[in-house]
Design a protein around this ligand. Sequence first.
Ligand code: ZN
Length: 453
Amino acid sequence: MFRPIEITSHRLPPAKHHKFVMSGLFLCLILAFNVVLGSGLSQATETAAPSDTTPRIPEAPSIDLQEPVIDLIPTEADQATVPPAPETAPKTSSEAAAKALLLLGKQVLPGTSTRLAWSPSQSFEGIAAPTPVLVVNGAKPGPVLCLTAAVHGDELNGIETVRRVMYALEAESLAGTVIGVPIVNLQGFHRGSRYLPDRRDLNRFFPGNPQGSSAARIAHSFFREIISHCDALVDLHTGSFHRINLPQLRADLTQPEVVKLTQGFGATAVLHSIGAPGTLRRAATDNGIPAVTLEAGGSMHLEEKAVSHGVKGIQTLINTLEMHQKMRLWGAPEPVYYHSVWVRADHGGILFSKVKLGSRIDKGDILGTVTDPITNVREEIVAPFKGRILGMAVNQVVQPGFAAYRIGIQKSGDEATHPPQPLPDTPELDSPDLATSKHSEPRLIVPDRTRSE
Ligand SMILES: [Zn+2]
């Protein structure tokens, strides 16, 4: 027997501070979903607005997202405390103006929070694991902001960032809707892998294709069922393959709506990039949904600094979008636009860095050393430009050609205060796979799967 799901709308208790640990979170999210909701939810279908002639779309249960789902077996005491189904709650005038959100075959009423499930149905029906989708639909009208994390299943910081943001929201005082998908690539997450089970990178298949490969179908389902409902999107990522990123936004600064979005995050570095074809960010922007990628930290780790920067940035955005007045505001927006280049090690050996993530460096500064453990020959990696360390490798054994430091080159104050001009589209500089050596003109190097976004 499972705890009965409340299917009525009741007022949410005020938000409390979360106390349980991160590992508990993952367990809760998955357990709550697979057990409490998993069996009952069907694949969503596009549904028309309810009217007298159409069947009523079931209302999503209104729940307190902060309440951990731990006791799945109800006790007598639980049953006694289940509140009786309330009559229709009296609506305030502002509530009347906000709309129910139709998502994944459910109606999420204004002023309520809920968990829904998205199932890409790319598996055997019986073992399909639905992916949790958290929704806070504000009592007041406003935009739909979407937060997605772990499109790469080994990028953990975004999962915790989305959790903290979602569980701090209060539906009663929110204007608009926030949809949070903490773990988009649940199969990768379970295996501690960046990829889908077929080794494809989901973030190269958006907006997807219902007749395509498994990855293309999953991407299509996610894009259609969730992303198409968004007015703005923040996709959370981290560095990959033993590299870490300073918290930063990747955004196509040729799009005015995207520029506006980047300006909402407060003091967060912004790196211009159109985005590789197939990324969720690029597909959303191409479909008229302004989108940014928020990169913070590295994969396979949970980093408090990266998470708290992400939470603060998104909460500042929610404030800037006038969705929530009580969210903290992170000073005046100070967008900083960067070009960037990767600096590579030209010799193999043991890499030790002299600089830290976020360090401001001058041309000629020593960034790190690579020492051959057998010959004791040491190479110094020298900064070819003045700039800032936006991304870097952790200390490790590297092969010749390894992309070790990503240097952001700030645009002039004049450029930064005026609407940004389109920068040359240089995808080869957006990925460590295709970065240049410090000794040569830009050249293409065979990809070695070291992308981040
Ligand atoms: Zn990623």
